[in-house]
Design a protein around this ligand. Sequence first.
Ligand code: RRO
Length: 322
Amino acid sequence: MTNISTNIGNLKLNKCIYNASGPLCTSLNELIDLNNSSTPCILTKSCTLENRVGNPIPRYYDNHIGSINSMGLPNQGIKYYITCSKDITKPYIISVGGLNLNEITTILSNILVAIKLDENINGIEINLSCPNIIGKGQLAYDMKDLEYYLTTIFNILNYHTVSKNKPIIGIKLPPYFDIHQFSNVCDIICKFPLDFITCINSIGNGLIIDPINETTFIKPKNGMGGIGGRYIKPTGLSNVRNFYLELKKRNSQIKIIGCGGIENGIDAFEYILCGATAVQIGTTFHKEGVGCFERISNELIVIMNDKKYTNLNDFRGNLQII
Ligand code: RRO
């Protein structure tokens, strides 16, 4: 029997393909649709302390190659996502946005108190890479900020130590483009007990335009936004591969969750070959809906059967140089 189960820290998933934070995971109805689908776990939209309406519309556009968005972190606020956990039966991971460090730590405290009260929250993905907050940069591009944020975040997490139901903790990173950046980031993240990093967020501040009407497709930030979908798969693969090699060199246990342009089983296979422990689906999920998880999982299983691989460890990270 071909097995595509995986472990991220102490969290066991029966499949390795789940939703990215972003599309169709903002409202309770959307989270329930995910709960009824074949995703092995559920990741929420990145949340702030209070609810936010986000940027002006139109703010999302997709074509046959990929997507551009400048949503601006629209979400219902952390209390809502904690309450939603009552209706979720699968492993539930909350994505924490937050506009500054103080807000992030307050949100984390709320989550940790809820976990102590036995709410069904199994993981936290801290988003350090949103490209669409007007007037703010992508945090994880600044190495000093990254270290300072992680130091403060882990002080809060240690303060609230939860012994049972310990959530997995990870961060969502932006794409990096220069090779030395991977080692600089690893020098920092390896100082902290992170379970995972998610690579990559959308490629920030891209521009897709409409030549017929001679306009942008989205309104905020002069029409610029995060690019997702097929446009970004080569960058996503390279980020997963470079982090995999750097983390292996350091004997790190930090797992890599791949994200960026996964449309089918071959794409998922390629990410795992580069070293991903699991993969997330964003743009394709937005286009296709919850059916994409079963389809892509089945396609991955067909590829593994053809290659006589019975589980992900048979090929994870084994990319060869020609
Ligand atoms: O809401 C958004 O505009 C958004 C976020 Br928080 C993010 O992390 N990545 C993205 O492409 N859009």
